[in-house]
Design a protein around this ligand. Sequence first.
Ligand code: SAM
Length: 384
Amino acid sequence: MSQGWKDSQNAQFGRRRAPPSSNPPPLWQRTLEVVRSSLPSISVPSSPPFPVSLEWDKIAKHPSADPEAGGLHKRRAMNKRVQVANVLAAVKDILSHFPSPSPPHLVEFCASSGYVALPFKVLNPSAHVTILDPKASSINIGFSRIEGLSLPGMQSGVRAVLGTTETFKEVFDIGVALHACGEATDAVLDACIEKRAAFVLCPCCVGRISRYALGYAEGRAPPQSPNPPPPCHEWTKGDTTRTDLVRNVESAWKSSLASMRDSRYDGRPRPRSQKLTQLLEPHHHGAARNFSSLAKASDAGEWSHEEFEARENSACDGNGDNADVNADDNADSKNKKDCKRIVDFDRLNFAEEKGYVCNSFTMMPSSCSPKNEVLFGYPSEWDN
Ligand SMILES: C[S@@+](CC[C@H](N)C(=O)[O-])C[C@H]1O[C@@H](n2cnc3c(N)ncnc32)[C@H](O)[C@@H]1O
């Protein structure tokens, strides 16, 4: 009977079994440990540094300002109200630093039909408010919701605009974005920094950011757009029939997404902050690859590319608040959460390095959405 490697007739003769392999942990895990050991606070969720409550009784007098009027079913509308209350608590805090006596101009980017902007307008009737999104169907709902605001004068100074963050060129004071996907959050942060406006962001998925960070590490060229995109368009009654206008804006937006996807790079060096770059650079594969691994783990763990894409697509459909909000207490979820916090930490430090006073917190109660981190900041010159 053959005895394997001890049998001289066996092809395995003389070969000893290899010792059991001890693979190193995946890159994201090693990178996460590097960050945790330098920044232990990264794992600690922070409560809002101010009370989170909204005068829903005032908003109830304007049913079209309530999230349910945006077409959400009851449970999702309930969660959206909590998310809006948290975002508006940060806006209120920021307004306490706003230096101008004139009413502020608040822009809700990636707004869909204006979940944040419309309650804000009801509570701050003198403010100028813009709802911006490149999807005509959403902007049309936003427009109808504005028309439905019921107090006299309430509709003045509030408008729905069809366009992308990148093509919005007006001056504004506060930019908000609730659940903007991937680099769309970075685009809002960039727009705010460019205009020295304050920001309140609740970022959504980060899977695309992982790919773009890798593209940056590989030295890929930034995406080039063959045609200048159409300018933003203020929505008016009857614009649904202007199919050319709608097609132009939507197709320019989709082709800019496609060109980033094809280039595998969105033109932003990552990590975005000096602080995280310096922390990650000396380890493993350099800052951008390490960062990319964290962003990927945050969205999908060590899943196959197909699973990773499927998950990213479902998150990008705006279903972020349908995921299991209670799946937070195992080590895997905790790791993912910490990876996401590092991506957000990078964004906040980037803003700080551009002269912003920044802070962040986890929405209260955190069960309102698995994407429940709020980042906010205002230009430090506001305190002068
Ligand atoms: C996940 S949804 C979130 C919508 C809404 N804020 C909410 O909380 O439900 C992301 C939104 O961002 C919009 N969006 C994506 N890319 C954008 C861009 N470059 N500029 C402006 N809006 C964008 C989409 O059309 C979509 O309405």
